[in-house]
Ligand binder design. Structure first.
Ligand SMILES: C[S@@+](CC[C@H](N)C(=O)[O-])C[C@H]1O[C@@H](n2cnc3c(N)ncnc32)[C@H](O)[C@@H]1O
Length: 354
């Protein structure tokens, strides 16, 4: 009979070995999405042999991947040996309202796993190997390789669909005025904000190539928004009452984030507000998804998720001041900031921002 201590140690060994093979979670999930297994199960349970015929794959190998995924709560094997959908598997379907299908395809793409395979080098040098592998920073690669841009922007736009309404509902937007969404992607959040607040107008500020794929064609907001193409390291449109940076700063290191914040501050009137919508990493050892996403940002962009104190330091260096942090139902929080008074005590200068 093993002792309690031996049993606990055995569990720990299994846990650490499972973590070491964690890349196979991603690989199996990718197989399921690429083969449209969840779509094939939408009309009812199917055996691995049927699924293999539909997906033109080897039945034995497919059955083993399905058995593994069922252990993770994705699919479920019934007593007849057929597989069926679970709530997690539903999320892999394109038409699910909270679909993560395109996000799985992005996060399991070589743009993510190739640099992750060399994370040790990134930790040694303090900079991502993405640029070396793909010939430039991620957004430059997207600008010149349409198939990668399609994978990235489709996933980010679909992710926004899952979070934009709760975020729009979490902040008390004013009745009138203009919201400028800086790096707003195809405009999902702006759409949700304008729908909920009929007195507001919107500006979607983005790179030209992203603006052409905007999702703001809804007649309900027609005439209340305009697209403006540009570079958020350069001139950002003036005249906004609320500026939004959602999932933008986490793509950049502190130096570049400060450049974006300073450009935003430059555009803001003294009465304007800035909403940074990003994860805020809580202190302590408790699990929080931002701690994992932070590693993805480190791996691909030289970006980072930040703590409240790190946001405060960045904001102070851009002559801005955080007023409050508003949680939203998802992973993200809204850091509401305003221009700091002109005579603000010495803000940290760039040298302190690393
Ligand atoms: C992670 S996405 C977030 C998009 C959107 N805010 C959202 O949360 O769904 C970052 C966005 O920054 C945009 N972006 C990157 N570099 C930019 C630049 N120099 N000027 C303007 N936008 C830029 C990208 O096109 C992309 O849409």
């Amino acid at each position: 009979m093993p002792t309690t201590e031996q049993a606990l140690l055995g569990n720990l060994v299994r846990q650490v070995m499972g973590d070491a093979l964690g890349f196979l979670n991603a690989a199996a999930l990718r197989v399921a999405v690429r083969l449209d297994i969840a779509e094939h199960l939408a009309s009812g349970p199917r055996t691995p042999t049927e699924l293999a015929r539909l997906s033109d794959t080897d039945p034995g190998h497919l059955a083993r991947v399905l058995r593994f995924l069922a252990m993770r709560g994705v699919f479920r094997e019934d007593e007849q040996g057929a597989y069926q959908l679970t709530p997690a598997a539903e999320l892999l379907r394109a038409e699910s309202p909270m679909s993560v299908r395109s996000m799985v395809l992005l996060l399991t793409d070589e743009m993510y796993w190739l640099p992750a395979g060399r994370l040790e080098e990134t930790v040694q040098t303090g900079t991502t190997v993405f640029n070396e592998i793909f010939g430039g920073p991620l957004f430059d690669v997207l600008a010149r390789e349409p198939h990668r841009a399609d994978i990235f922007h489709t996933a980010i736009a679909d992710l926004s669909v899952t979070e934009q309404d709760p975020i729009a509902a979490s902040y008390d937007f004013p009745d009138t005025g203009t919201v400028v969404d800086v790096g707003g992607g195809p405009g999902g959040l702006l759409h949700a904000v304008l729908l909920r607040n009929p007195g507001l107008r919107g500006v979607l500020f983005e790179q030209e190539s992203v603006l052409t794929q905007h999702r703001l064609g809804d007649p309900a907001i027609a005439g209340r928004w305009e697209p403006v193409a540009g570079d958020f390291f350069g001139r950002i449109p003036t005249g906004g009452d609320i500026y939004v940076l959602k999932r933008v700063l986490h793509d950049w290191d502190d130096r570049d984030s400060l450049r974006i914040l300073r450009a935003t501050r430059q555009a803001m009137a003294n009465e304007a507000k800035l909403l940074i919508i990003d994860a805020v990493i809580p202190s302590g050892n408790d699990p929080h998804p931002s701690k994992l996403y932070d590693l993805a940002m480190m791996t691909n962009f030289d970006g980072k998720e930040r703590t409240r104190a790190e946001f405060d330091t960045l904001l102070a260096a851009a002559n801005l001041r955080a007023v409050r942090v508003i949680p939203t139902p998802g992973t993200l929080s809204i850091v509401e900031a305003v221009p700091a008074p002109p005579a603000a005590p010495s803000a940290p200068d760039e040298a302190e921002i690393r």
